[in-house]
Design a protein around this ligand. Structure first.
Ligand code: TYD
Length: 143
């Protein structure tokens, strides 16, 4: 797990995943120690089969960071830090969206057939989630 950060949307960034591309297609690599991988992966999960009109997320993590990658299809990711917000369109498997702790994240507009891969620097712990937006704003004010 990384040190807690301030968690501003300025820390959210797109990572270029190294890609080997030739006539046979593309192969992307995320290897421990590579610049495109800012943390040690402790958990991998993926989201798929999201019905049209459904959203996911709507929560923040107190301590953990994530990288989101649309392996196929596309989805919109909205990030908020309590003061500002930004939106990213994930549609390229060679791009990862790095999200530090203490950022409110919602995912929407999933194209049919989308698979969203999530890499995390921590194991699953429900106590580490903030699922209420008012609680999130209070958490940010406490610093
Ligand atoms: P949830 O956090 O609501 O998913 P999303 O952020 O995509 O909307 O998680 C859905 C369910 O899966 C919930 O019951 C918790 C469970 N879950 C795990 O058991 N382990 C995990 O690593 C994750 C991310 C979720």
């Amino acid at each position: 797990m990384n040190e807690a950060t301030e968690g501003t949307i300025h820390e959210v960034k797109t990572l270029e995943i190294p890609r080997a591309h030739d006539a046979r297609g593309s192969l992307c690599v995320l290897e421990q120690g590579a610049a495109a991988l800012p943390f040690e992966i402790r958990r991998v999960f993926y989201i798929y089969g999201v019905p049209e009109g459904c959203g996911r997320g709507e929560h923040a993590h107190k301590h953990s960071s994530r990288i989101l990658i649309a392996l196929g299809g596309s989805a919109k990711v909205r990030v908020k830090d309590g003061e500002r917000e930004a939106t990213y369109q994930l549609c390229d498997p060679a791009h990862g969206l790095f999200i530090p702790p203490a950022i409110w994240v919602s995912m929407e507009d999933f194209a049919p057939g989308t698979t969203l891969l999530v890499l995390s620097d921590d194991t699953y712990d429900e106590q580490e989630y903030i699922r209420d937006y008012t609680e999130f704003l209070n958490h940010k004010q406490k610093g």
